[in-house]
Write a protein that binds this ligand. Structure first.
Ligand code: GLP
Length: 230
């Protein structure tokens, strides 16, 4: 799964060296980032002109916090390849004023131009980025209160459940849908049911990822377990 997804992202970087990649965190894309870094080390990929914009960031965490998504991206990709860090963007988790943080990120997104490929993972409740069920499809960057399910799912990365931030800044569904292409990676049997709902069920804000059925260029890359119900 990771290699196939990495092939698609690397083809984009080769075809358009100054592309804009929309990136995601979570455990699912780690193998993909490792593969991209390995191809970079081999001399097959050049990230020097690439711009990246990430989906989301926890509100209240600094870039140095090992649980922040900035830290994750730095550890898993940015410091392993020749990307210009001035061209890597995430929402500013340290900005306490949510409106300001979201406005600033929307401005950044507007200035970098259309995302060529947006990478996505899939939450157990169908969330994409941190767009939890019942998010309006028309939203841009906004501040979200994480659901209990998401807090529990992300608890494994923190010392205790109390340490998991309760809020996050995330690109909205409208922002995600405006990407030229979307690449969604999913693995594991625990995601099989939500894959079926998202891609073969009704399009509804209750399953945020179901909106992807309305996008004209979506690639789903998944392992057999995640596809076992379709
Ligand atoms: C988090 C992230 C999402 C990610 C999802 C699934 O909540 N905000 O962007 O896709 O979890 O994560 P995992 O890949 O670890 O299952």
């Amino acid at each position: 799964m990771s290699r196939k997804a990495a092939n698609i992202l690397s083809a984009q970087v080769i075809l358009k060296p100054d592309c804009v990649l929309g990136l995601a965190t979570g455990s699912t894309p780690i193998g993909l980032y490792n593969q991209l870094a390995a191809w970079y080390r081999k001399g097959d990929l050049d990230f020097s002109k690439v711009t990246t914009v990430n989906l989301d960031e926890y509100k209240g965490l600094t870039q140095e916090d090992p649980q922040s998504y900035y830290y994750f991206m730095d550890e898993n990709l940015f410091q392993k390849v020749n990307i210009d860090k001035n061209r890597t963007f995430l929402p500013d988790g340290t900005e306490p004023d949510s409106e300001k943080a979201c406005r600033q990120y929307n401005d950044i997104l507007a200035s970098v131009g259309q995302v060529d490929i947006q990478l996505l993972g899939l939450g157990h409740n169908g969330h994409i980025g941190f767009n939890e069920p019942d998010t309006f499809f028309k939203t841009e960057t906004h501040c979200v209160k994480l659901t209990e399910q998401t807090i529990k799912a992300n608890r494994r990365f923190f010392a205790s459940e109390e340490d998991v931030p309760r809020e996050a800044y995330t690109m909205g569904i409208k922002t995600i849908m405006s990407a030229r292409q979307i690449l969604i990676v999913v693995s594991g049997e625990d995601k099989a049911e939500i894959v079926k709902k998202a891609f073969f069920g009704p399009i509804t804000p209750q399953v945020p990822a179901s909106v992807l059925q309305l996008h004209n260029h979506v690639i789903l890359v998944a392992d057999e377990a995640a596809l076992s119900q379709i």
